[in-house]
Design a protein around this ligand. Structure first.
Ligand SMILES: [Zn+2]
Length: 271
């Protein structure tokens, strides 16, 4: 576990990056745009829900965040925040240029730190306190139900489970209440709860977005025309960022199902 000093250091950094992004509401409304505003290149690609979640990559000419848009949006948003954490806390150090995430459950120190950064960035303590005060009117937590969690979820653009996890770690919810709120989710599903409060149900769906920075397009087209890029596998998207499959240590044959997407579809969507 992180000691208090590391936690405070990371909290402070998350806060200052939030300010840099000029985020003023409770939650981060469009994290994809916000990280671009502060200089990151964001690549989103649907590589399949069983594939890896994302990576952070430092190149000579840019800082890249890749996220898997086959995941439900709330998880993809978390991925961006987590990879942003890696950029800020870990890359550049010791010549580290690439961190790839198969999942976020790793107990490795860097992973714990990136998760903590993401939690502080998406749900800062002060904003959570204000939301509970102004929007939930300081209702005692013993009276909360799934709808209250859905309200918080929608305001902060995170998953239901992340709200529970964060409120627990901020000392706002205890285990008994947590269990009850978990049960509410199993009985009603997060989507239903969000619908009931007219919240953001998109959080529970995958966007399957394909977003590639303009800088890469010309390069991609050239390589495609010369038949250097295989279209239907992970290699193509990795090539967009000058990476090879072996660089990211992934067995693509077992993870990726072939699909009929062509590069023309991809480019057509961007024109
Ligand atoms: Zn990570």
């Amino acid at each position: 576990m992180m000691n208090k000093n590391s936690r405070l250091r990371i909290e402070k950094m998350a806060d200052s990056v939030r300010n840099e992004c000029q985020i003023s509401g409770y939650g981060v409304q469009n994290i994809f745009k916000d990280v671009e505003k502060i200089g990151y290149e964001v690549i989103r690609y649907p590589i399949g829900e069983d594939s890896f979640l994302g990576f952070s990559l430092l190149k000579e000419d840019g800082e890249i965040i890749f996220t898997n848009s086959s995941l439900i949006l709330s998880r993809e948003i978390f991925s961006v925040a987590h990879e942003l954490g890696h950029h800020i806390l870990h890359l550049k150090k010791d010549g580290l240029t690439l961190i790839k995430d198969a999942d976020f459950n790793d107990r490795d120190e860097n992973e714990v730190e990136a998760n903590y950064f993401a939690a502080c960035f998406l749900m800062p303590r002060d904003k959570v306190d204000l939301f509970i005060r102004y929007e939930i009117h300081d209702k005692p937590v013993t009276e909360w139900n799934g709808l209250d969690i859905a309200k918080i979820q929608s305001a902060f653009n995170v998953s239901y489970d992340m709200v529970l996890y964060r409120l627990k770690s901020l000392g706002i919810l205890n285990y008994n209440i947590l269990d009850q709120l978990q049960v509410d989710k199993y009985e009603n599903t997060a989507t239903k709860l969000l619908k009931t409060i007219k919240g953001n149900i998109d959080l529970c769906k995958a966007t399957e977005v394909k977003q590639i920075p303009a800088e890469y397009l010309e390069w991609v087209i050239t390589n495609y025309n010369e038949k250097l890029i295989p279209i239907n596998d992970l290699g193509s998207i990795l090539n967009y960022v000058d990476l090879k499959v072996e660089d990211v240590d992934v067995d693509i044959t077992s993870n990726i199902t072939e699909d009929d997407e062509s590069i023309d579809d991809l480019l057509g969507g961007i024109e």
